[in-house]
Design a protein around this ligand. Structure first.
Ligand code: ADP
Length: 435
């Protein structure tokens, strides 16, 4: 099968969050199953081309739109990415590619679904649209669509046009990244204005739980760890904890290490992370946050917290995006926090479990599909500081006990590779002819 992905991220060369990981992991899994895969990506000027994954065929679309020093965050993002969709489809048509499947990801590439159906009759491909996060929908002004050369009031939501709506309406099948998030956006106010649209198209909508790339995220082969480890040979994990403490100047004492790796945006519960830091110290633990704020205000707030704890041998806040360090933090952590207010899938809890951490998460979205209280981790319901603190009070006293080791074991045993999700996508790709 010939599968083409249109996407705004691809790890490790263009990664802001989980979307990049998904494109990398899913593409590799499909290639391993003998399919032809191509990823079309904007040629951002920030790309380090030496990191382009050799095994995944990638086509880069070049334009001044992508010479901005950032991947996202420009005022004209909707114009940048609608341009990308047009250019990608033009390329597919002119190169005579004839893919069987065109798989679109998030609002950035959503408008390719109506374009494909209405303006590219020669491209007879199944069109799949995956919602990685419904919170970002690509609202745009009419002028953006005028410039694109396709417009329809059918994708209007209130006063503006909504690119994600175009993906939902026109794709042959719509997926999101976990079964529970699929349920939540159909049935709770998380669906926002698009809830009714999703409900109307339930028959072509499903949730496929993301996987993680077990080649890239593998404690037995990870070059960023001081020593390999696995469930059967856990000794290397102690060395990772030692190395992490040394690198971040934390005291080497018999204390549990609570860690979080996240973008610092409201979705990820920054207030709960702050409360967890204080509670961890009170309970005799150590705390590491590797967090990247996207706005100045949040960055300053966390800088202030860092200054407050600057003399503590038990706290380190690393307020940046650091892929290499993230591997060592996964390797050295004991308890991994994911207190998201909402979470379409969440990859960090799965990576963390694979690296022998016990996850502590809020029960929402894909976290519900992957973390089971008392079985492989801890979870809490209300998005409050009280709830996360109570859960830490339950969790931390168990550190270094047989129960803790049993939690680590269940987390490391489970298969979160891309093998099964890739099979599910293949079933969807094969399911029906283009309508
Ligand atoms: P989201 O896509 O919403 O950010 P996910 O859990 O799906 O959340 O994926 C996040 C990915 O980004 C993971 O691979 C995680 O390790 C990585 N990540 C997030 N923040 C940082 C950071 N500050 N430094 C390094 N890696 C990070």
């Amino acid at each position: 099968m010939k599968i083409v992905h249109l996407a705004s991220e691809l790890a490790p060369v263009a990664k802001v969050g989980g979307l990049g990981d998904v494109l990398q992991g899913l593409s590799r899994a499909l290639l391993a199953k003998g399919h032809q895969v191509e990823v079309i990506l904007p040629k951002y000027d920030t790309l380090d081309l030496s990191l382009l994954p050799r095994e995944i065929p990638v086509k880069l679309i070049e334009s001044p739109f992508f010479e901005r020093g950032v991947i996202y965050g420009c005022e004209d993002d909707s114009a940048r990415f609608t341009f990308f969709c047009r250019a990608a489809l033009d390329y597919l048509q002119k190169s005579g590619r004839c893919p069987d499947v065109i798989h679109l990801h998030d609002w950035h590439t959503a408008v390719a679904a109506p374009l494909l159906k209405e303006q590219y009759p020669e491209l007879i491909a199944q069109c799949i649209f995956t919602i990685h996060n419904l919170a970002y929908q690509g609202e745009c002004e009419e002028s953006v669509l005028d410039q694109l050369g396709w417009k329809s009031d059918i994708i209007k939501e209130g006063a503006t046009y909504n690119l994600m709506k175009g993906g939902i309406l026109y794709a042959d099948h719509v997926t999101t990244v976990s079964p529970n998030y699929a349920h939540e956006i159909l049935t709770t106010n998380q669906g926002g204005t698009l809830q009714a649209v999703l409900q109307a198209h339930q028959n072509k909508f499903s949730g496929v739980l993301n996987g993680i790339d077990y080649e890239y995220w593998n404690p037995a082969t990870d070059p960023h760890l001081p020593a390999p480890f696995s469930l059967k040979k856990l000794a290397g994990k102690k060395l990772a904890k030692q190395e992490l403490r040394k690198r971040l100047s934390l005291a080497e004492e018999a204390r549990p290490l609570v860690v979080a790796i996240t973008r610092l945006v409201p979705q990820k519960g920054p207030e709960l992370i702050k409360a967890a830091l204080l509670k961890t110290l009170e309970l005799g633990g150590q705390f590491i946050l590797l967090g990247s704020a996207l706005d100045e205000k949040t960055h300053k707030e966390f800088e202030a917290l860092k200054v407050e704890h600057t003399d503590s041998p038990h706290v380190h806040l690393e307020l940046t995006y650091n892929e290499k360090l993230s591997h060592l933090v996964f390797g050295g952590g004991d308890l991994f926090l994911v207190p998201s207010l909402f979470e379409p899938c969440g990859l960090t809890q799965m990576i963390a479990m694979h690296y022998g951490n016990v996850p502590l998460v809020r029960a929402t979205g894909g976290l519900v599909d992957t973390v089971f209280d008392g079985v492989n981790g801890f979870s809490f319901g209300p998005p409050t500081t009280e709830a996360i603190c109570e859960t830490l009070e339950r969790a931390l006293p168990l550190w270094n006990t047989p129960k803790w080791n049993a939690l680590i074991e269940s987390g490391m045993e489970v298969d979160h590779s891309w093998d099964r999700p890739a099979e599910e996508y293949l079933k969807i790709y094969n399911a029906k002819a283009r309508v």
